[in-house]
Design a protein around this ligand. Sequence first.
Ligand code: FVH
Length: 311
Amino acid sequence: MTRNPVEKNSVVEKAPVAEKTAVTLLGLGAMGTALARTWLAAGHPLTVWNRTPARAAALAPEGARVAKDIADAVAASTLVIVCLLDDASVDEALAGADLAGKDVVNLTTSTPVQARARAEWARACGARYLDGGIMAVPPMIGVPEAGGYVFYSGSRDMFEQYRQTLGVPARTTYVGENAGFAALHDVALLSAMYGMFAGVAHAFALIRKEDIDPASLAPLLADWLVAMAPSVHQTAEQLRSGDYTTGVASNLAMQVAGTPTFVSTAEQQGVSPELLSPFFALMRRRLAEGSGENGKEGEEGLTGLIDLLVH
Ligand code: FVH
């Protein structure tokens, strides 16, 4: 009988276990704490620091090393991840920290200008820099099926080196060497989200005083928004080609003609049109000014409004 050589020698040869990257995490608010737990669960050595020490101490039983101060935290790992309230808090927390030779990943929400300035600042401190924009709320962290992810921009080498570690809390999407691009993508998507929230608020306001169950409107709204969402691809194609009339199903003239219906309905329902009015004003302006070089008069849809927004 042939015996398994491992059994014969009674020696179980284990594949070498890849060492997990050590992580220092600065900031243990709702998001920082969620991030921390995923790295701990994945077996990464994790050093934590938080301005209010109790939040860091709470993670010690889960295996985190609690740094005695920020200098101790920064010294503990090459990879230093920052998740603080805003750019000013990053300034305050890291003032005087020795970042020479460190790889800094800043997940604090910033503007693109702040992110680029932060990248310059990191370079001047002798550190490499990646900026991140988190497209998730804390309960989505460490739950891949929730669909959250993080935009990264800045040092490509750093992103490639830490891709696996950064992918532990949420999927990663690298959007370029320009350190401001993660923040820009983040804000672009969230701006679209607020536009959607504005429309949803107006829709619920319209039925507020009627005998209509909001819960019956909700699935209709959700399905309608999902049905309309793919129109972003047509908008993108029109912007790329410069022809704003391609595939237009509802032209601007027709849509402008319909706007009084929306305003009158709002008035009749006792609802302020203030969320819709600025958009309608842009639609009317575009129609009045003609379609510019990218659209044949009256045949374009809403893409021309984008040109009115850009100074
Ligand atoms: N939570 C969310 O839904 C969003 C989802 C998308 C991404 N954001 C951004 O993530 C950053 C951190 O957000 P957070 O949820 O952790 O925020 P908080 O729970 O409010 O915790 C804030 C942490 O920042 C610390 N902090 C504030 N000011 C300072 C300062 N001057 N110096 C040092 N640390 C500071 C605060 O410390 P403490 O109050 O516990 O002492 C918290 O650790 C953020 O950019 C979101 O936009 C989250």
